[in-house]
Design a protein around this ligand. Structure first.
Ligand code: NAD
Length: 353
């Protein structure tokens, strides 16, 4: 066994079906009595239902959570926090809503309960990315780590199949990079492999039968494991590339991860053979990168950046940006290789090393 360091951050996790019933008890357990419920405009009804369940424990609802956590939205939410005298937040939704709860916690230290309804994994991390004047700044601080995560499988039943597929691939991407991380450790690698296995098993079933409770449960469990990996170890080429592509070309988050992950995996394959073996085994495939590409196709998910709206003249710009700031990656970053990767991803070709 190689020497390693492993840090587990403090978080309470409740997992199951019908666990929305437990939110009130968790608010009290935190010593709180005035929860501000957060959601996106699209999940306003669910937020209102939750506030009703909470009864006097709900101090209000703020339903303006937006992708990439814009600071002006956070400032509006802070005014509500103050006016209703909230003493905790309950974020019901995907990474966008979780991001708003984190942004509030960053500025107020209010405890957070997060009820994730996608597989993005933000609920398990001490990472926050915020956007101001079009620039996204990401930081890591325990101030934003949610105190409680409540996974309710029933809430994920409504996640549309297309978003289920891409959000699930987004989760898998966290685990893939965890398996070849510079600070990889045996515990995180166990979670990563199991996370890929659970999602790769569940997602094709959900595409066929979106309301299958066992598959939905497996996928959500896998998403928690993958989110925990994202928090526990450093990410590399894939996450940096998706950040660059998303920010520079305004590409959608989960879809970009879905398209890029087979190609980033192929790029790193020769430099990380043990990770590749474990990813392939978890996917039930012979080759890790091809297995990821096949899984995305089987799920009917997008497989090309062109389909996400990127223009071909963006390939060189993306390659330039990707090699601009050096960072650790199992295989050193070389422009020609990165350009080939982006070109393959743009055209939706099979991944090549
Ligand atoms: P999202 O939260 O933006 O959700 C996408 C849409 O789906 C929203 O309209 C939402 O209301 C809706 N939705 C969510 N769950 C639903 C459900 N069960 N049924 C019906 N509709 C539902 O998407 P996301 O992919 O979860 O999050 C993306 C954001 O999270 C990005 O801004 C990304 O940067 C961030 N993120 C942050 C971290 C971190 O660690 N800080 C990790 C992953 C993602």
């Amino acid at each position: 066994m190689k020497p390693f360091a492993y840090t587990s951050d403090p978080v309470r996790v409740i997992f199951g079906r019908g666990t929305l019933d437990k939110v009130a008890g968790e608010v009290r357990r935190l010593g709180c009595s005035r929860a501000l419920v957060l959601s996106t405009p699209q999940q306003k009804t669910e937020a209102a239902d939750l506030a009703q369940r909470l009864g006097p424990l709900a101090a209000g609802i703020f339903s303006e959570a937006t992708m990439h956590t814009p600071v002006d939205v956070t400032e509006r939410a802070l005014k509500i926090v103050e006016s209703v005298k909230a003493d905790c937040t309950v974020a019901l939704g995907g990474g966008s809503t979780t991001g708003l709860g984190k942004a509030i916690a960053l500025r107020t230290d209010l405890p957070q309960i997060v009820i994730p309804t996608t597989y993005a994994g933000s609920e398990a991390t001490a990472i926050i990315g915020e956007t101001k004047d079009g620039v996204k700044i990401t930081q890591r601080t325990l101030k934003v780590l949610p105190e409680v995560i409540i996974y309710d499988v029933d809430l994920n039943m409504t996640l549309p199949v297309a978003l289920t597929a891409t959000s699930g691939m987004n989760a898998i991407a966290h685990a893939v990079e965890a398996l070849y991380a510079q600070d990889q450790n045996p515990v995180t690698s166990l979670m990563a492999e199991e996370g890929v296995r659970a999602l790769a098993r569940a997602l094709p079933i959900i595409v066929e039968r979106p309301n299958d409770p066992e598959a939905r449960s497996d996928a959500l469990y896998g998403a928690w494991l993958c989110g925990t990996c994202l928090n526990a170890v450093g990410m590399a080429l894939h996450h940096k590339l998706c950040h660059t592509l998303g920010g520079s070309f305004d590409l959608p988050h989960a879809e970009t991860h879905t398209v890029v992950i087979p190609h980033a995996t192929a790029y790193n394959a020769a430099a990380a053979p043990e990770a590749m073996r474990r990813i392939a085994a978890a996917l039930g495939a012979r080759d890790a990168a091809q297995g990821l590409h096949d899984l995305a196709k089987r799920l009917g998910a997008p497989t090309s950046l062109a389909a996400l709206g990127m223009k071909e003249d963006g390939i060189d710009k993306a390659a330039d940006l990707a090699v601009k700031n050096p960072y650790w990656n199992p295989r050193p970053i070389d422009r020609a290789g990165i350009r080939r990767l982006i070109d393959n991803a743009f055209h939706g070709r099979a991944p090549t090393p």
